[in-house]
Ligand binder design. Sequence first.
Ligand SMILES: Nc1nc2c(c(=O)[nH]1)N[C@@H](CN(C=O)c1ccc(C(=O)N[C@@H](CCC(=O)O)C(=O)O)cc1)CN2
Length: 303
Amino acid sequence: MHGLIRRRFWPKPSSSPFQPLNGYRTQSPIPILGPDLPDIWDSRNAPPLLFHRRLPSPATDVAGDSVAKVIDGKSIAEGLRSEIAEEVRKMRHSTGNVPGLAVIMVGKRRDSESYVRFKTMACREVGINSHLVQLPEDCVDDEVVRVVSKFNLDPSVHGILVQLPLPQHMMEEKILSAISLEKDVDGFHPMNMGNLALMGRDPLFIPCAAMACIELLLRSDVEIMGKRAVVIGRSKVVGLPTSLLLQDPSCEYGYRLTGDVCYEEALEVASAITPVPGGVGPVTIAMLLSNTLDSAKRAYGFN
Ligand SMILES: Nc1nc2c(c(=O)[nH]1)N[C@@H](CN(C=O)c1ccc(C(=O)N[C@@H](CCC(=O)O)C(=O)O)cc1)CN2
């Protein structure tokens, strides 16, 4: 199942995607990007679909009835990891090689340390080799670029990621651009981001959290095609790529900046929701494994 996201998601719809908005407040036919939160609304005839960071689950209406379907990211991620582990096993069996992921972390942020720990644990679970390089907070751009360049040349490494955010004195753009396009499993390289933005050009990799949102919808049997979507948040990591993935290729599109969603009102109209923890996060990490596996398959010509 894994690795099918792009193929399943990109087909063009036969008609205009923008349907009348049955009573919902937002009338814009374009993605709305606001503050840095990875939220999505999806509405047509059903109540909108909502991903939210701080949501109790399941949401209830005034009568105490459950109104939102809780999408279980933890079990979806488990399923993805077992599919990936099986493919890694097949790759090892027929080529003698397994995928390799290099993770570079600068400084000692506790949140970044946790994410990196989850990533390396997930690699181990599915049989992907991971290499972790930790650099001091006060190192300079060129030291990070040097480490990136070393992994660019290492044929046993198929994916390279630099954990963000970097310390303030560093030039993120310069460092992310140094990652080989073919190993940019985070999809943050300007060329991969640019190809994602230019509909019809296939990026080699798509940012993992955005892919996770789509995978959660697909694996929960939520129809995407032709729906209206509102994405709140415009970060490079989640909001922007998610809004690009939800663009309908046949329509005119653009962005409008706006404020955050009214949380209490959104609760009342959400039809499905991801819990925290156990929502987008574990699937995001599964998508990183999936991208690394795809990269290794490309490198070994294995399918
Ligand atoms: N090189 C990267 N750096 C960073 C990334 C990234 O994808 N690549 N993303 C974040 C940190 N991060 C992973 O590294 C990450 C953070 C949060 C989530 C997430 O989806 N969280 C959920 C809550 C957790 C859950 O559902 O269990 C949420 O916010 O709704 C995913 C990935 C910055 N740095």
